[in-house]
Design a protein around this ligand. Structure first.
Ligand SMILES: [Zn+2]
Length: 169
């Protein structure tokens, strides 16, 4: 288990559509262990595999930051099967240090995924939990939270984005 550098905005891997995971082998287990170490060190809420440079369909959520439960939720080949409502809330991303913007997303979401033991599960989420699931699923599709902003909001942070891109290059 080792921490990995978190990929910053500007790295092309963040724009890749991640590949499904066919088999939960030792390579995937090691990847997830490294992601957990990385997320805990960064004290973040969620992390997708491509944020550590691996374009595979897995993300993790530190649920203790949501409801105080001590669970690291591992979501392999996740899908959102249902969403409802709409809510605007401030959002950030470990690949965009120092940038926080209000983003509108569904208020509730239903997730289907596979855990590290290969068992399929379903979770109904609202509030910050739903937001985290939707944010991380976006990552696996090469989509970033800034894509949800209005062109005006993006313009207002364009200098910060440019600076990040130059650091990532
Ligand atoms: Zn993110």
């Amino acid at each position: 288990m080792a921490t990995k550098p978190i990929v910053l905005y500007g790295d092309p891997v963040l724009r890749e559509k991640s590949e499904p995971i066919e088999k939960i082998d030792s390579e995937i287990k090691n990847l997830v262990a490294d992601m957990i170490a990385t997320l805990r060190k960064a004290e973040g809420l969620g992390l997708a595999a491509n944020q550590v440079g691996v374009a595979k369909r897995v993300f993790i959520i530190e649920t203790s930051m949501i409801d105080g439960s001590d669970e690291m939720l591992v979501c392999i080949n996740p899908e959102i099967t249902e969403t409802s409502g709409e809510v605007e809330y401030e959002e950030g991303c470990l690949s965009f240090p120092g940038i926080f913007e209000r983003v509108t997303r569904p208020a509730e979401a239903v997730l289907r995924a596979t855990d590290l033991d290969g068992i399929k599960f379903e979770r109904r989420a609202d509030g910050l939990f739903a937001r985290a699931l939707l944010h991380e699923l976006d990552h696996l599709n090469g989509k970033l939270f800034i894509d949800h902003l209005s062109s005006l909001s993006r313009q207002l942070i364009s200098k910060k984005l440019k600076k990040l891109r130059s650091e990532a290059a």
